[in-house]
Design a protein around this ligand. Sequence first.
Ligand code: FAD
Length: 396
Amino acid sequence: MPESITSNDVINSQQETISEIRLSVAKLCQDYSGDYWRELDRNQEYPTEFVKALTESGFLSVLIPEEYGGSGLGIVAASTILEEIHHQGCNAAACHAQMYTMGTVLRHGSELQKKKYLPKIADGTLRLQAFGVTEPTSGTDTTSLRTTAIKDGDEYIINGQKIWTSRAEHSDLMLLLARTTPLNQVSKKTEGLSVFLLDMQEAKKKGLSIKPIKTMMNHSTTEVFFDNLRIPEDNLIGDEGRGFRYILSGMNAERILIAAECIGDAKWFTNKSTNYANDRHVFGRPIGQNQGIQFPIARAYANMKAAELMVYHAANLYDKGESIGEEANTAKLLAADASWSAAEACVQTYGGFGFAEEYDIERKYREARLYQVAPISTNLILSYLAEHVLGMPRSY
Ligand SMILES: Cc1cc2nc3c(=O)[nH]c(=O)nc-3n(C[C@H](O)[C@H](O)[C@H](O)COP(=O)(O)OP(=O)(O)OC[C@H]3O[C@@H](n4cnc5c(N)ncnc54)[C@H](O)[C@@H]3O)c2cc1C
């Protein structure tokens, strides 16, 4: 951790610590200006130096308990870190998974697995950044996934394919969801799926291959193929067949954290919009004097404030150990909408310059669009709220 942040601060004053974290993150981000991100974006390159700086400052290990080498903070602190990274115009997508993917190991792994992996994840020696769930044929219908893990002696043999496995080329470990019992032999589709923590460096030598996917923003995402890959049975996390449940419990944390990134993006866009609206003069007066320019920015700000309350409400409840499906999903929905409306207002405020690379608006605009679709799409959140919160019939 940076010198200014110690675990004692947490005991003294949670709020003070959060403010200090925010300041430290903002300071670190100042070394990574628009020039840095533009260059990476142009070449579709990974932000290695930025990720290294975050790792060395301890920001990526805040959720790991102190006994395993992290700082044992909660989702509020982690959300603050990610929000501030985005508020400063940087992008945490290259490394946010290092923060939370280990949660499945922490909650469901054996003591042996926790001792083996968590301290190395905490100090960055091991990167656990790849999360292999989505498949090309099944998409959002996760329980229909086709990748299989078949037990053979003291090993499992993995066959299948994943898509959109982000950061696979920049990860040492992958958390993988695969079917261990065929669909026609389970009473519920959610059963018979298992989670594995596999050593990617070993796997690449014997049946794992990775193919990058070029996307509209710089995201280091890939397709991953498993061809008779043999992994040791002790790569299984928790009980065989209960993996879907394990993965779901981690998804609420992911939704809150990514929602916090959207809040940071919304703040960044709104700062940019406001400054430009004040500075740019057309027809002899600042464009921000026109209500047609003011109102979309003010509305985006109001949307962000409401979403921010929901994000930190969900984060607080999560840290208290409460069940937060409704809050995590609502936070993700509102925050993704808030960042998108702030992005829209910003491009409109900048007029033609919104499309020029050097202003960073078009890059952030492309980046912000993702959160309407991933890690869960807006439609699926609405379905969740309609069915599980409001009690309407299941639609799929
Ligand atoms: C850049 C990027 C990075 C990603 N990183 C990862 C990663 O690291 N690991 C990982 O496992 N996955 C990752 N994903 C996958 C992401 O979680 C999925 O793309 C997302 O959940 C949507 O699934 P899909 O693309 O298969 O869409 P589909 O399931 O094919 O759906 C297509 C569209 O139809 C809608 N739809 C589908 N079913 C319904 C329904 N019943 N009712 C209403 N609408 C419906 C969806 O909302 C969506 O808009 C990533 C995706 C992207 C684009």
